[in-house]
Design a protein around this ligand. Sequence first.
Ligand code: MN3
Length: 212
Amino acid sequence: MPFTLPQLPYAPEALEPHIDAATMQIHHGKHHKAYVDNANKALEGNAFAAQDPADVIRKLAEVPEDKRGAVRNNLGGHVNHSMFWALMAPAGKGGGGAPTGALANAINTAFGSFESFKEKFQGAGLGRFGSGWAWLVLNAGKLEVVSTPNQDNPLMGRSIAGCEGTPILGCDVWEHAYYLKYQNRRADYLSAWWNVVNWGAASERYAKAGGK
Ligand code: MN3
C-alpha cells in the first residue's frame, strides 16, 4: 500500500490566531502532499513501500543508495509532518497549557522546569540555520532537546541526523510553517506555537516510547 496523506485532525483555521488557515492549508495540502507523492515515487515497487514509514526512516542505511536521498527527504517529511499535525490542537481545546503527569515530571528532572525546557526548545528552533526541526526526544531513558536540518528525524540516528532518540515533540521551523503570518519572525512563531501544543498527544508518545 502506498504512503497516504493523513487528514488534519482539526479544521485548517482551528489553530488561529497562532497558526493561520492559509498556512495550514498550503502546508498540509501542498507541502506534506508533495512529500507523500515523492516518497511513493521513490519507493515504487520496492518492499519498503509496504512498511511503516517510521520503520523505514529508522533503517535508512538499508534503502538502496540511489533512492536513499529521496527517501530521507520525502519519507522523512511525511513522518515529521504526520507527527506535527497530531502534536497540535486548538488553543484551549487540547492545545496549550503545560504537560502533566510523567512527562511533566521528566521535563522538570531533565531541564529544571517547564520554563527552562521551553527556552531550550525555542533556542534549538532559533539556532537551526535554514530549514529544519526542533525536537524533544527520549534517548536512552532521558529527555533531550535537539534539532535536525531539512526533513531529518532523530529516528534516522546520529550518523545521519546528527542526533538520536524517539521524538516526543517536534516543531517545524521551515519558513513554509510560518512565513505568511510571521514573515522572518521565527521567534514569534515559536513563542505562539506553545498555545497549540497538544500535551496529551506528547504524553502518549512519551509513554509509548517507554518514558517513566
Ligand atoms: Mn513543513
